[in-house]
Design a protein around this ligand. Sequence first.
Ligand SMILES: Nc1ncnc2c1ncn2[C@@H]1O[C@H](COP(=O)(O)OP(=O)(O)OP(=O)(O)O)[C@@H](O)[C@H]1O
Length: 277
Amino acid sequence: MQTTSLSGPPPSPASPASPSSSPTSVSGTAGTAPAVSGRGLVRTYGDGDAAVHALRGVDIDIPRGTFTAVMGPSGSGKSTLVHCLAALDRPDGGEVVLDGVALADLDDAGLSRLRGARVGFVFQSFNLVPVLTAAENIRLPLVLGGVRADEAWFTEVVDRLGLGDRLGHRPHELSGGQQQRVAVARALLSRPAVVFADEPTGNLDTATGHEVLDVLREAVRTGGQTVVMVTHDPVAASWADRVVVLSDGRVAGTLDGHPDAAAVTDALARVRAGGEA
Ligand SMILES: Nc1ncnc2c1ncn2[C@@H]1O[C@H](COP(=O)(O)OP(=O)(O)OP(=O)(O)O)[C@@H](O)[C@H]1O
């Protein structure tokens, strides 16, 4: 049985979390296709004078086995980008390749199947089903997809997340942090190509949020998972291997090499002042 500390200190910016910390650039994964990539992504809401250009031509590669934070000012396109990469939304232009599959080639049913099989989601508001137990919530996406869970993996995920004695509890009987850990377990159970987390700590107090970040970080470090997380919080972003900064629908820069919170804050300030990250 594998257990993981949920309360350890955040990884030191000066010394990455472990020697196995993932490479932080595409070149560092030479020969390995990105888990997900976007090329020339354009997404416009509305038209004419009311048009909002949420994405104005985004190129992005998410290397496998890395933890990427997506940051940027409010309205810069973070959620739109992640929704396009996660097959929840279709861009108006450009292409997304997720786990080797070109999303433009799929119809809506195909996108839905792909999401179920290859994508995990963690939302700010947990999105658990209130009448189901923790175990039932964790299994729900596989049940809906008609896929049998790998029971050894279920046990390992539950143990790693410290949920073993909470499996029979319903969401209202769990703390916020426990609920989010259930959501993370649900996202990991299908062994997805990518876990997308949209503000996963937004509803949690600082200490509990750090526990959830530890869990996501550990899924990358020891589980080889790929995680993409939208966050407004430079401290949360410091758990990531790399930070992609958006500004006005474009990539304003990428911070590689496990940037610390101060470096992320500085980059955001440069972007808010109209510069590059
Ligand atoms: N469904 C929609 N209809 C119209 N405009 C939209 C829609 N969704 C997003 N937008 C607009 O697109 C732009 C980018 O939105 P998006 O939610 O991607 O930004 P964000 O960086 O995630 O913002 P925040 O940090 O505030 O959550 C914003 O100007 C937003 O108002």
